[in-house]
Design a protein around this ligand. Structure first.
Ligand SMILES: NC(=O)C1=CN([C@@H]2O[C@H](COP(=O)(O)OP(=O)(O)OC[C@H]3O[C@@H](n4cnc5c(N)ncnc54)[C@H](O)[C@@H]3O)[C@@H](O)[C@H]2O)C=CC1
Ligand SMILES: O=C(O)[C@@H]1CCC=N1
Length: 271
């Protein structure tokens, strides 16, 4: 489906690199189908050296021959960057934005011409094909546009389509979420170290516990509370650990973390 499609990544930072490297490593796209832009020449040179992907600091020129334009700059500079490229884009092209908080309406207004636009919210585990991407499409898109976006993001993990009204929540949970989990993994590993485990062993054990627990939720379909109960032997040790988590307000803290990240995501679009 993506054969012969040319894709320009505008703003090849952390996420742009994550996506580009996975598109290449899965054979979804060849390096000749990709083009990137960056603020600095050094970043353009880095992409050429590491991936053989050509690029430029000239955003307007970079979008001209693209079939799909993937906007990966920060939402705070979206108006400036879109102003630079909008006159070089036409209705045969598809614009996909991964910017947090920047709505389809804002994107459509900034582009001025009624162009097909899609919002995508991926996350960093995309690097290893374990990502989650949520898609929402604007009113100028057709089935082909959505199929292109899905084909592209299917290569970096799971993909689902949702109403755009959920996007700030999706951002706070699915896009920011890996950072929250890394902190949990780091903290639990410290717990193992506190109990005398070598750090590498501790990190391996907690990583496998997280992978196993996540797979149990995904594959058994059971509620996490039921699965937690199965671990918790009456008068055993787990309940003592759970008591400490409750005392520390783990659940309240986690809920507030997602809520706060979602609030900030919404704010980002207006800066
Ligand atoms: N990092 C993440 O986990 C996720 C990030 N996003 C979104 O992806 C976007 C990028 O985020 P990151 O990659 O984390 O940030 P980043 O700061 O690593 O990447 C942004 C890139 O844009 C470049 N840039 C700045 N001005 C430019 C210009 N005028 N022309 C071309 N390039 C320019 C910067 O040099 C930088 O390399 C943001 O909109 C963010 O909301 C979405 C989902 C997950
Ligand atoms: O922290 C951020 O703003 C970006 C968007 C979601 C994940 N990372």
């Amino acid at each position: 489906m993506l054969k012969d499609k040319k894709i320009t990544i505008i703003g090849a930072g952390k996420m742009g690199e994550t996506l580009a490297s996975r598109f290449l490593s899965t054979g979804t796209l060849s390096r000749d189908q990709l083009f990137i832009t960056a603020k600095h020449e050094s970043r353009v040179a880095y992409f050429d050296e590491k991936f053989g992907i050509k690029g430029s600091t000239d955003n307007a020129a970079a979008v001209k021959n693209a079939d799909i334009i993937l906007l990966c700059v920060k939402p705070q500079i979206a108006p400036k960057v879109i102003e630079l490229i909008r006159e070089s884009i036409n209705q045969d092209q598809l614009v996909i934005s991964i910017m947090a908080g920047y709505t389809l309406e804002q994107l459509q207004k900034a582009l001025v011409l009624p162009l097909p636009v899609i919002r995508a919210m991926p996350n960093t585990p995309s690097e290893i094909g374990a990502g989650m991407t949520v898609l929402a499409s604007g009113n100028q898109t057709n089935g082909d546009h959505i199929a292109f976006a899905k084909a592209l993001f299917d290569t970096v993990g799971e993909t689902t389509v949702l109403d755009e009204k959920y996007f700030d929540a999706v951002t706070g949970l699915s896009a920011s979420g890996p950072a929250f989990i890394y902190m949990v993994i780091e903290a639990l590993a410290e717990g193992g170290v506190k109990c005398g485990l070598p750090r590498d062993v501790s990190t391996t054990l907690v990583t496998q516990a997280c992978l196993g627990a996540a797979r149990m939720v995904a594959e058994t379909g059971q509620h996490p509370a039921i699965l937690k109960d199965h671990v918790t032997t009456p008068a055993g040790c787990t309940i003592d650990g759970l008591l400490k988590l409750e005392e520390g307000g783990l659940r309240v803290t986690m809920i507030k973390a997602v809520d706060e990240a979602a609030r900030r995501a919404k704010e980002l679009g207006g800066e």
